[in-house]
Design a protein around this ligand. Sequence first.
Ligand SMILES: CC(=O)SCCNC(=O)CCNC(=O)[C@H](O)C(C)(C)COP(=O)(O)OP(=O)(O)OC[C@H]1O[C@@H](n2cnc3c(N)ncnc32)[C@H](O)[C@@H]1OP(=O)(O)O
Ligand SMILES: CC(C)C(=O)C(=O)O
Ligand SMILES: [Mg+2]
Length: 530
Amino acid sequence: MTDPCAWEDLRMSRRLKIFDTTLRDGEQTPGVNLNIQEKLEIAGQLVRMGVDVIEAGFAIASPGDFEAVKAVSENIKGAAIASLCRAVEKDIDRAWEAVCKAERPRIHTFIATSDIHLKYKLKMSEQEVLERAAAMVAYSKKYCEDVEFSAEDASRTRPDFLYKIIEEVIKAGATVVNIPDTVGYSTPAEFGALIRGIRNNVSNIDKVDISVHCHNDLGLAVANTLAAMENGAVQLECTVNGLGERAGNASMEEIIMGVNTRKDFYNITHKIDTTQIYRTSKLVSSLTGVAVQPNKAIVGVNAFAHESGIHQHGVLAEKTTYEIMTPESIGLAQNRMVLGKLSGRHAFEERLKEMGYCSLSTEEIQKAFEKFKSLADKKKVVLDRDIEALIEEKASKIPEVFELDSFQINSGNKVVSTAMVSLIKEGNKVSEAATGDGPVDAAFNAIERCAGISLELEDYGLKAVTEGKDALGEVTVRVSREGQIFVGKGVSTDVIEASVKAYINAINRAVSELGEEELKRPASGVSEVL
Ligand SMILES: CC(=O)SCCNC(=O)CCNC(=O)[C@H](O)C(C)(C)COP(=O)(O)OP(=O)(O)OC[C@H]1O[C@@H](n2cnc3c(N)ncnc32)[C@H](O)[C@@H]1OP(=O)(O)O
Ligand SMILES: CC(C)C(=O)C(=O)O
Ligand SMILES: [Mg+2]
């Protein structure tokens, strides 16, 4: 349970400090490698965003990382700059060398404290770790006023030992004590209780800021961070887009928007400019090459998108029905209505208006909506260009003497293409089969046989009107009869269907202008009758 006193203290007297470790733990994301220029660019954006501390890297890790931490320290003003280092003198020397020119330098030294890490990794006793931690904090302190100590794997550490080591590093001069849930093992209630336990059992704890650093192995990094905050942690370590070792770290945007959106509950301040969130997320994603999952909270492409009709209707009436924060608050221009098969008439009509189709009659809208629904059944997302194509196809409508009922094509590299087409004329179905030089030619021949009309194909054009493998294709055919040209258009996700529709459209045009009698098919046809 939350300690009301700890929580009250935090609310009344402190604001959150955001420690961003995108450039250090974030860079531990497998496959991510940021060069100096990239680290500088991200660090600049983090300052614009208002973070309090930037952990720029692990200076002893490589000459490149040393130079990057140094460059960030020398060039980026407005936040404390930290370098991570083991509890080892040579690491601390190197960290200081890298951060010493920063406006506000910080040395961040750490050592593991859990039994598992002591036994198998460090091969040290608790007493040795205790002495090493205190000695290395004191050693860091010779260089730097601001020293952060992390008890790696704190959440799996014996609490009594954790209290003891924290007390000793504070005596040695630590200014910030960080409690990592290194392997993302903790749960919110347990992690909150751990922070409360530290506050209640470490006598000198009020001399330092308590920090937390949570990993996301069980998907609880942000929940654990917020639980720790409720129990007195004031520095929250996090990364943009939740990047980091394994399943990543607590995501900065989720923490901040959680605190902001539930101000009524947390009532705590920070100095992050949330309108920089989206831009920062994009920058980090493009420089690290790690894509943001579409349904990621806050910055995923779907975070402010609505596809289902009931939700779209609600949002159109009043955004707060389905939006708990505004897209503008994270620097995104607006929410997105995605038109798909689950969308409804309200959203479709709204999109038509936005696209400038304001003078369509109710009947025209209804017809367009029906076409949209059947297209949406075939296509994941219906784009503006799809709608344009549907409406324009509609606008160019002429009396449909012949309507498509069905078609079937048989085609391949070693068979003669054949087509079976059924057209409806005045309520009656007429079916014909024909062969041709390829599936389109066979289909055109079968259509002519159904209609009993013969036309010259002058030109055939196919273009994609939308993107993606499920793009709409628009076919335009130019046919002639006694020197007169008729143009037909058809749109479909299936190019043969688009071709068939275009040819029927051209025939209907010819019929409406010349009359059916004029177009009667001559005795000798071009197609072979099956
Ligand atoms: C939880 C975390 O995210 S911790 C940070 C993780 N990040 C990284 O490791 C990235 C940077 N790391 C590196 O570049 C390298 O690991 C270096 C430069 C730090 C060390 O490299 P190496 O000397 O080759 O050692 P290696 O990485 O193989 O092993 C780690 C050594 O440090 C020791 N060690 C690990 N953590 C600490 C610590 N906090 N304090 C003191 N010693 C430690 C290990 O016991 C091991 O010691 P050993 O060589 O005597 O067996
Ligand atoms: C070094 C510390 C802070 C760390 O990254 C962790 O424990 O996860
Ligand atoms: Mg970590």
